[in-house]
Design a protein. Structure first.
Length: 159
């Protein structure tokens, strides 16, 4: 028996039925979770907001010095469409914005549906035309090369 197989040790033995069953369950659970996350992302993009809280604050972390809630359906839809129709750019474009100083004003647009946030948008006051948009937990950047931001800010009646 020169070419006989050595006996299997526990380290080289094939996985037992319990281990294979556990691996299958883990794969199934992962697939269900992935499907749920994809479904959430698709559905959150289909939801239209019914209100938007617009606020302005400085980068030093203080409370907003301006805040108002807009519930007019036409205005909310217009602001939502204007921001989301800006051209999408790589998210790293935000890193090319100048570093904020303590007096830099940030504008926040928090779009909600029945009080539940569906999209959070932020824009520094000056020196950058890139909007930081977070929808469903996924960040996206939109750039404003044509000056639409001024229309958005004036429609929201920001200072």
């Amino acid at each position: 028996m020169l070419f006989a197989r050595p006996p299997e040790t526990p380290a080289t033995a094939a996985p037992g039925p319990n281990r294979r069953l556990w691996a299958r369950r883990l794969i199934r659970a992962s697939l269900v979770l992935l499907i749920l996350l994809i479904g959430f992302e698709i559905s959150i993009r289909q939801v239209t907001p019914d209100a938007v809280r617009v606020s302005a604050y400085t980068v030093d972390g203080g409370p907003p010095f301006f805040s108002r809630e807009i519930t007019d359906a036409r205005t909310v839809a217009d602001l939502y469409d204007r921001i989301n129709n800006l051209p999408t750019v790589w998210y790293s474009a935000i890193n090319r914005c100048p570093a904020p100083n303590s007096g830099t004003v940030y504008y926040h647009f928090d779009f909600t549906r029945a009080g539940i946030p569906i999209e959070l948008d932020a824009l520094p006051e000056k020196g950058c035309s890139v909007w930081d948009v977070v929808r469903g937990g996924i960040p996206v950047a939109h750039n404003d090369p044509d000056g639409q931001t001024q229309l958005i800010l004036s429609e929201a009646h920001l200072p």
